[in-house]
Design a protein around this ligand. Structure first.
Ligand code: SF4
Ligand code: SF4
Length: 297
């Protein structure tokens, strides 16, 4: 195991990964990741389970989640944690396009995509299926693979299969980066709202997860009502759907994070995903990389 601090330096010295060429994202291209970034992120990878346990503990303090002053404190903690991983929500189609982009991109060599056990599940000892769903990318794939924490290198096709399995399980995809910079993109997380720590922080504070480049479009007339369906209420972790007097569902577009989970299971075929006009994260992960022809799945 390389997942303790003393062995990190041994691995760096004897295996030389830190001096190799590693690929990072840069706009709609790839770039070489410098050894200092690689080393910092390696330290983060080793520390991540401990950090997640600390945040989970903070979220368990009822004063912080249930009182007005506590919520303000929690918000402030989340706001000053800007350098920790933050995510942009993706539909399965957009996540697949990210995988395709990595697959076809020329650039520095090294690992490109790997999958391992969900770090939140491992850290909190709350295993459930799907479990192998931490999809690390680019230099992140290389780091986590060499941490020997159960990660395996996978093909783009296998990555897309896993994304579809996570969609079927109702998990939200988010492409995550540190330092508030797309140059630190390192993973596609597949998150629920019960275990996943960043998602639970988002649900409490509105921080750490950003709406993606798509948003739901809802044709109310086609909704067959919650008596016959109601799948959107079940699938949406963002609370963007509510039942109206006639039993049909209305969408609060301000709350829609653009995950697309309500689309495929809508029995009335009332929903599609469209481009979000006010997507604010082109400087981190450009919409043009995630969407094709301004249209979506
Ligand atoms: S309304 Fe649909 S697309 Fe929007 S957040 Fe909810 S499940 Fe995701
Ligand atoms: S999933 Fe579609 S049909 Fe079902 S309740 Fe929601 S909007 Fe209506």
């Amino acid at each position: 195991m390389h997942s303790d601090f003393s062995s990190i330096f041994q691995v760096i010295l004897t295996e030389g990964h830190i001096f190799s060429e590693h690929a990072g994202l840069s706009g709609t291209g790839l770039r070489r990741v410098r050894p200092i970034q690689y080393a910092i992120h390696w330290l983060y990878g080793v520390s991540e389970p401990m950090i997640l346990r600390i945040v989970d503990y903070i979220l368990s303090i009822r004063f912080l989640t249930e009182t007005a002053i506590g919520k303000k404190i929690l918000y402030a903690i989340a706001a000053v944690s800007w350098f920790f991983p933050h995510g942009i929500v993706l539909t399965t189609g957009a996540a697949e396009k990210m995988v395709d982009f990595i697959e076809r991109s020329e650039g520095p060599k090294g690992a490109r995509i790997a999958v391992g056990p969900c770090v939140c599940q491992v850290a909190l000892n709350r295993r459930q299926e799907p479990h192998m769903k931490d999809m690390v990318l680019l230099y992140g794939a290389d780091i986590y693979y060499h941490l020997n924490m159960g990660y395996e290198l996978i093909s783009a096709e296998r990555a897309k299969e896993i994304l579809r399995e996570c969609d079927a399980a109702g998990l939200v995809h988010a492409v995550e980066f540190c330092m508030n910079s797309g140059k630190w993109v390192f993973v596609i997380c597949n998150c629920d709202d019960k275990i996943c720590v960043p998602t639970r922080v988002f649900l409490q504070t509105g921080k750490m997860l950003f709406p993606g480049p798509e948003i739901v479009a809802h044709e109310r007339d086609r909704c067959i009502g919650t008596e016959k369906c109601g799948n959107c209420l079940e699938r949406c972790i963002a609370g963007a759907n509510s039942v109206e007097g006639d039993g049909k569902v209305a969408v609060d577009y301000e709350k829609c994070i653009g995950c697309g989970l309500c689309v495929g299971t809508c029995l009335g075929r009332a929903r599609t995903m469209v481009t979000r006009e006010d997507y604010r994260h082109d400087h981190q992960v450009p919409a043009e990389l995630l969407l094709a022809e301004n249209e979506t799945t």
